[in-house]
Write a protein that binds this ligand. Structure first.
Ligand code: SF4
Length: 233
């Protein structure tokens, strides 16, 4: 069978790039033991291009602050490292580090309750929050070609389409420092990301079944979600 010659880090058993146990003074690891599908072997030129981007001062500073934030998510105890910050606190700390004041929240109508809670937390921490829910505009689903039979509430019901493009446009126009995505559907999130022109982070993605924690299906992949791992013939 032909070897699959494209980057496949998820199949790597070496994870040599992490250089665990290495000392800063030793420099980077050699690539001899990296797998043939390692991007460091397949696309060696691309790393210089990326580093040139980091050399742009605002990008470098942003990347530095993100790594400092990562560092601060752990506490160093006598028995080892321990995690200490849920993502909401990371978000608050990182936004402060970046000097952000005005945040844009793009949320799903199905997570209006969570959007309210998050807004309260952010406002209590001194941020101004511009929020836009997905149904804004009240455009019927028929406008994008959804058929009567494909409406969730039934063929006769009015059903407002999710409108991630306008969510992005409103957030762009509101001159926020950073946008936060909360629970947008698959595909709607893709469109939001495509049209959003400000720095964007994700607090949570939608999973209607697993309490917005899609990884739960992987963690239960040996038991309740075994079907997911079955190879399709
Ligand atoms: S970059 Fe190379 S060594 Fe690192 S995980 Fe990917 S395949 Fe493995």
């Amino acid at each position: 069978m032909a070897e699959k010659r494209y980057p496949r880090c998820a199949h790597c058993t070496t994870r040599l790039c992490e250089n665990r146990g290495g000392q800063a003074s030793d420099g980077p690891p050699t690539l001899e033991k990296a797998p043939v599908f390692c991007p460091m072997k397949l696309m060696p030129d691309i790393y210089g291009l990326a580093l040139a981007e980091y050399d742009k001062p605002p990008v470098k500073e942003f990347a530095r602050l993100a790594s400092v934030q990562e560092f601060q998510c752990y506490e160093r105890l006598p028995d080892g490292l321990r995690t200490k910050l849920p993502r909401i606190e990371e978000l608050i700390q990182f936004a402060r580090k970046c000097g952000y004041h005005r945040l844009g929240l793009a949320h799903c109508g199905g997570l209006a309750y969570e959007a309210g809670l998050l807004t309260e937390v952010l406002e209590n921490n001194g941020f101004e929050v511009v929020s836009v829910q997905c149904k804004t505009g009240a455009v019927p689903k028929e406008r994008i070609g959804v058929s009567a039979e494909e409406k969730i509430a039934g063929p006769e019901a009015w059903e407002t389409m999710c409108n991630p493009i306008v969510q992005a446009m409103i957030i762009n126009r509101s001159k926020v420092d950073m946008a936060i995505m909360l629970g947008l559907c698959i595909g709607h999130d893709t469109l939001f990301i495509k049209y959003c022109k400000v720095p964007l982070t994700v607090l949570a993605v939608k999973d209607r079944v697993l309490g917005h924690n899609p990884l739960a299906a992987l963690y239960a992949g040996e038991t309740y979600y075994k079907r997911l791992r079955k190879k399709i013939e």
